[in-house]
Design a protein around this ligand. Sequence first.
Ligand code: SAM
Length: 237
Amino acid sequence: MLQRMRALLPGRRSRTLSTTSPAKNPACAEFEVDNWAVSRFVLANLIPAVGVEPFPLHELMLMSSAVCRLRPPQIFEWGTHVGKSARVFYECARHYGIAVQIHSVDLPDEVDHVEHPQGLRGRLVRGLPGVHLHQGDGLEVSFSVWRASGRVPAPLFFIDGDHAYESVLRELSAVASEIPGASALLHDTFNQSSGSGYNVGPHRAIEEVLRTHPGRYRRIDSGLGLPGMTLLYQLRS
Ligand SMILES: C[S@@+](CC[C@H](N)C(=O)[O-])C[C@H]1O[C@@H](n2cnc3c(N)ncnc32)[C@H](O)[C@@H]1O
């Protein structure tokens, strides 16, 4: 009992944490993972590395589940910021033995953006094997890396740059139009009615892209509250 409780405590990496993929029923129609196994992984390996901000527990679970179930050969993400999301993907792929190259993009240092991390850019992933840091516009750099690396099918995109409606619409529309087999995770997607004063631009952009590409994606929303994460996925047969 004591050993099981220790395995759940943040800050301790359990020697007994299973490395078996938590993806369940991969031959079935619905996206499914073992939620208890993913919870144990998040508590033991992710919380000590990245904490619960900006990604609360259930968003960390969604990110981990996406990597384990979709097994993308490449992940393209922006913006890097200090590297928390890239570190989540890295830890997940390392623990479960998933071969993935992670390309993380943030704006050049001279660009004036309220969230730009300047000298702290990518500090949590700098030098890690399989993690590549780039600077430029996330969409443009990612597409150019994807093309140059042989247009590998079924990459995963993590869209977490500028959260304006126009930006997310531009980025997700381009992914949907130009890389038909890609899946996408998006951050800050929680929807609420106008009395909240929340920015629901990312949510509106997702709705718009789903209208333009009917039947293309299945969808999982983290729900519950801010900031909110959405997975638009396609299962490989
Ligand atoms: C909310 S933070 C991202 C948090 C990050 N994913 C993490 O895990 O810590 C937004 C980041 O996106 C960057 N950004 C904004 N627009 C961008 C763009 N068009 N291309 C690349 N990065 C962008 C900002 O400089 C900032 O670092």
